[in-house]
Design a binder for this molecule. Structure first.
Ligand code: ADP
Length: 159
């Protein structure tokens, strides 16, 4: 069975993330969306809230599972028998960082882990959770960027 993990902060989930989840769910038998539980990042939404929003937005995909992880991603992968990481690439600015992480994960895992990159769909190329948070914090409507109920959560959070 082919299993892949799609890790990230998802603070909050955007249409860009959903696009990557949908496309990877068609490529792998199972896709595990891994929400990074890292208090140092000081997220807007708690790990539980981010997971809940992901569950709601991905419920139509039977082979997608939402989990959270602390610590090292590759340790979680080893413990759970997952050997592929999925990441999204938006622009060249993502490339250098992603390349470094992918190469070091490959090295540290003794060549047992590979990273697969999906290029963003063009309509979401500019989209990031941080831009969404920024707009929402000024009361701007973000329903073009995130599902309606996520936009509502953002509005409540900043009210
Ligand atoms: P991280 O903090 O790990 O970058 P994010 O939640 O910002 O977590 O992103 C998780 C993954 O989703 C990353 O691979 C990122 O490149 C990808 N991603 C984010 N936004 C988009 C988008 N608009 N289109 C495609 N991929 C995206």
């Amino acid at each position: 069975m082919s299993r892949a993990i799609y890790p990230g902060s998802f603070d909050p989930v955007t249409f860009g993330h959903i696009d990557i989840i949908k496309r990877s769910s068609a490529m792998f038998d199972e896709v595990i969306v891994g929400v990074l539980n890292n208090s140092a990042k000081n997220p807007l939404f708690s790990t539980e809230e981010r997971m809940e929003m992901l569950m709601e937005t991905t419920k139509e995909f039977d082979n997608v599972k939402i989990i959270s992880f602390g610590g090292l991603l590759i340790d979680y992968m080893k413990d759970n028998d997952i050997s592929v990481i999925v990441r999204g690439l938006r622009a060249v600015t993502d490339f250098e960082y992603e390349l470094q992480i992918a190469q070091s994960n490959r090295k540290v895992s003794k060549e047992t882990i590979d990273t697969v990159f999906l290029t963003t769909s063009i309509e979401y190329a500019y989209l990031s959770s941080s831009i969404v948070r920024e707009y929402a914090s000024y009361g701007t409507d973000v329903s073009d960027f995130v599902p309606a109920f996520v936009a509502q959560r953002l509005e409540n959070r900043f009210r």
